[in-house]
Design a protein around this ligand. Structure first.
Ligand code: URA
Length: 184
């Protein structure tokens, strides 16, 4: 199976998707990193900087995510970083309908990358991927298994920037991720 080819094909399908295109603006932000990554980080939707460049998580919250990934001893190039919603939402944040729709494309991307563990960053990632309302502050830091996929729930880095008291919690969750990767 040629993963890169499949991912490219999916990206052009998303470019032609009327629902995605009518809800969003700017460049498509498909995701980046190792297509054979063991870890896939999933956010919410691109911000302005991401929509200008086509790269995920390169703004302030992205810097926090990337520096925390590095601080636990993982390399950005060895993980895969994406968001379920692939375009900057025209209304700022994605609607429930857009979030649900994004899962159609996301599941294909997930099957293709096939990571050992998925890290869901915050409430939108959780509801997009699991279609569930899980209280992230209660359930963070645990590796759960849903439909055969190992998943770690944690906060979105933007929430950590907004509430700096959660910086330690975010780091501890990613340390648990590192432990999981070593032990599995
Ligand atoms: N926040 C996200 O959830 N995704 C991005 O790509 C950038 C910021």
């Amino acid at each position: 199976m040629d993963k890169l080819n499949d991912l490219r094909k999916l990206s052009s399908e998303i470019d032609r998707c009327g629902i995605c295109r009518s809800a969003g603006t700017g460049k498509q932000v498909f995701g980046e990193g190792d297509p054979d990554a063991k870890v896939m980080f999933v956010g919410e939707a691109p911000g302005r900087k991401e929509a200008e460049t086509g790269r995920p998580f390169i703004g302030r919250s992205g810097q926090l995510l990337r520096s925390t990934i590095n601080s636990i001893g993982l390399k950005e190039k060895d993980v895969y970083i994406t968001s379920p919603v692939k375009y900057l939402p025209k209304r700022g944040t994605p609607s429930k309908k857009e979030i649900l729709h994004s899962n159609l494309h996301f599941q294909i991307q997930l099957n293709c990358i096939n990571p050992k563990i998925l890290v869901l960053l915050g409430k939108t990632a959780i509801s997009a991927v699991l279609n569930e309302n899980i209280p992230v502050l209660k359930e963070h830091g645990k590796v759960i298994k849903k439909t055969g996929q190992n998943i770690l729930l944690t906060l979105h880095p933007a929430a950590v920037l907004r509430f700096p008291k959660y910086k330690g919690l975010f780091l501890e969750d990613l340390k648990k991720l590192k432990k999981y990767l070593i032990s599995s």
